[in-house]
Ligand binder design. Sequence first.
Ligand SMILES: Cc1cc2nc3c(=O)[nH]c(=O)nc-3n(C[C@H](O)[C@H](O)[C@H](O)COP(=O)(O)OP(=O)(O)OC[C@H]3O[C@@H](n4cnc5c(N)ncnc54)[C@H](O)[C@@H]3O)c2cc1C
Length: 446
Amino acid sequence: MGEDAKKLAIVGGGAAGLAAAIAAGERARAIGVPLDVVVFERDDRVGRSILATGNGRCNFSNEYPHADDYHSGDFVGGAFGALLASVSETASDRDLKIIRDNGHVVNAFFYKHGLMWRVEDDGRQYPRTNKASTVVDVLRRAARNVGVREACEREVAAIDPPRGHGGQFTLRMADGTLERADAVIVACGGRALAALGACGLPVVAQRPMLGPLRCAETAETRELDNIRVRCDVSLVRKGERVAGERGELMFRKYGVSGICVFNLSRFAQAGDTLRIDFLQSGSIDDAVHYLYARRKLLAGTFGDGVTCEDMTRGLLLPRVADVVLKRVGMAAGDRFEKADVEKLARVLTAFDLTVEGMGDETICQVRRGGLDVGAFDCATMEAKELPGLYATGEALDVDGPCGGYNLHWAWSSGMLAGRSAAERLLQPLESGLRVATPARCGEDVR
Ligand SMILES: Cc1cc2nc3c(=O)[nH]c(=O)nc-3n(C[C@H](O)[C@H](O)[C@H](O)COP(=O)(O)OP(=O)(O)OC[C@H]3O[C@@H](n4cnc5c(N)ncnc54)[C@H](O)[C@@H]3O)c2cc1C
């Protein structure tokens, strides 16, 4: 790289940082002007945060990542639209076909770089190898291909803005050295943002999200610890259902966990009721109807003496049955009469716990909060008041549900920032470059 090449510094070599670096390198190559792209990573290797995702399998994206499902959805929709417009504007016919065939830009990117994947329930995409390391390998190859430099064990402690027009950013490294760059992409994720700060740009207070919920600990929660059940679960606030999920829930001594609970945690507030419907029946009437029919069936099978245990055996795990029957005020050996149907139906469809807050924060997948999206242009990811500074991924106040949404955002915002930064730095050097038409915030385009 020549001495006079512009330099783009990327702070963080996780999902967003690698996507940004590759996109910037590819854009520079397409423009035909050299760009020095350096990824500063505090860890001893890039991509380590990706390895832990999806239980080591990396649910890297989703077939249908609708912007409405994200926190800061308007901003996300604008960014998705801008990325598609930007990529399409400069894509070859081959690349346009790849985008069309693969559904969205993120898939087209991975397809183009050789990743094979399969789709599980709800559009969740996993690498075909079932290993997150495959995703990292593909990204590192793509980065090498366009000359991206990895600077590992180089933690950025602070970013100083340029002193005057046309000046460079200064990166203060944790080891006391300084690095200069013509543009900077903040891709440090959610956890590290507070330590880094970002040139005084507004930050929305952060809190862990997409994790277990803490509920009042009782003899029941202790009894049910570590038991998994398939159920419907909803959050009820002042008598109104505010969110609901279907899936596998795991009881913990301190509350509840599982993907369905993680998703509910995005909406939960202390004091909410977490309502578990073990029957997944949808309504108390359906549950009553079902239990009458079940009692009749079992009476036909066993003779007259149907017990509570008969009613719950084959339907619930024994420890769950014990706790449920205690709530109903009955014991396993009690005869189960017609008059008991409604009482049991009520507990089975509305096994209520009271939410106190987030559970074990160390296993939360994302942080809500971060750099205020209002300070950034969703068409480029550039700070409105600080040209040349970009933010991506979880560093921004954006989060989505489980299912590949958060990585999808990291790749998308990273690619958009990388392309935008490359164009900002190289455009003046390249006459006749066409500029992509940005989408407006709020436009829901994938
Ligand atoms: C256990 C777990 C499982 C998850 N599973 C999934 C999943 O299957 N699908 C999904 O979509 N999402 C998943 N997520 C969420 C997803 O991992 C994140 O949303 C995503 O990684 C965010 O990408 P990012 O690049 O913004 O941040 P990160 O991936 O966190 O990357 C930030 C990088 O910056 C580096 N860094 C930080 N500060 C500095 C600094 N000052 N100087 C230099 N380097 C720095 C970090 O070391 C890191 O490498 C999971 C999260 C967790 C915790």
